[in-house]
Design a protein around this ligand. Structure first.
Ligand code: FMN
Length: 268
């Protein structure tokens, strides 16, 4: 008979040596030694004076072509609670002012957070190059006209989906009609809330039937993160990583115009 604690031990968690941190993803985990970052180095002389140019250089690195380098974690926080939330999104554009993603701004958690707090951050991790980029700044909505340009490039199903999904709102299971109970193994599987979404999709499809042009929903569109800081991180051996942070020094975040940037090396 196993000890009670052994019975309760989860079996789906990878074992690590007692007290050892989880392994780095860059090497096979070793029980007593963490993996090393050895891919490259980053020095000040390699950096472009403009962080957008520098980002583009890293983003265009050929070895990232096999991956999805535009996948990025977006974090927001609501006020006054200060609760932070993070989620993956796709970076869709990088212009001279900032990093653009597209999403729902009606019902999603990010939209609720941003309504009370305009600050947001992005964090990219590019494993093949052992590189991380962190962006912190102010978020601003793109206009409907700007958002429409991207919306038009989406597959029809995704455009319908944007209209149909009240992102992050709860989908309630359909109530069973009285007397409609089926015996086990018979009939349709019980609805878990998916039916409400699919009904909504059918309604939206009917609404735009025969119509090639679909307007961007008023609650959907682009969000530009206008950076105040951008940090470039290159993994190095012995955790002595190279880190450089660009800080905007002309102070007019969100005002456009040519920004000036200070570059500093950070301790790993
Ligand atoms: C790889 C990946 C990419 C995603 N891209 C987007 C995106 O570009 N826009 C978006 O709204 N949600 C995207 N999602 C879904 C979000 O992670 C999230 O579920 C959704 O935006 C609702 O989050 P919120 O309620 O916290 O705002 C993506 C998810 C994954 C896993």
């Amino acid at each position: 008979m196993p000890h009670r604690e052994e019975e309760l031990r989860p079996t789906h968690i990878c074992p690590v040596a007692p007290g050892a941190p989880p392994s780095d993803p860059t090497e096979e985990p070793k029980p007593s030694q963490a993996a090393q970052f050895t891919h490259g180095t980053l020095t000040r002389s390699q950096l472009d004076a403009n962080p957008f140019v520098q980002f583009h250089r890293w983003f265009s690195e050929p070895s990232l072509a096999q991956t999805v380098p535009e996948t990025v974690t977006l974090s927001t926080a609501s006020l006054p609670s200060g609760r932070v939330s993070s989620r993956m999104v796709y970076l869709k554009e990088l212009d001279s002012r900032g990093f653009v993603i597209y999403s729902n701004f009606g019902t999603s958690r990010k939209s609720r957070d941003l309504a009370s707090n305009k600050f947001a951050s992005l964090c990219f991790w590019w494993k093949t190059m052992e590189r991380q980029v962190r962006v912190e700044g102010v978020a601003e909505r793109l206009s409907a006209e700007e958002s429409q340009v991207y919306f038009d490039t989406r597959a029809r199903g995704s455009r319908i989906g944007a209209w149909a999904s009240q992102q992050t709102s709860v989908l309630e299971p359909a109530r069973k009609a009285e007397g409609s109970q089926t015996s086990e193994g018979e009939g349709e599987a019980e609805d878990d809330g998916r039916a409400e979404l699919e009904t909504r999709v059918r309604e939206i499809e009917a609404r735009f039937q025969g119509q090639e042009h679909i307007p961007v929903p008023p609650f959907w569109g682009g969000l530009r993160i206008i950076p105040e800081t951008i940090e470039f991180w290159q993994g190095r051996e012995s955790r002595l990583h190279d880190r450089f942070v660009y800080t905007r020094i002309n102070g007019d975040v969100g005002q456009g115009g040519e920004a000036k940037w200070k570059i500093e090396r950070l301790s790993p």
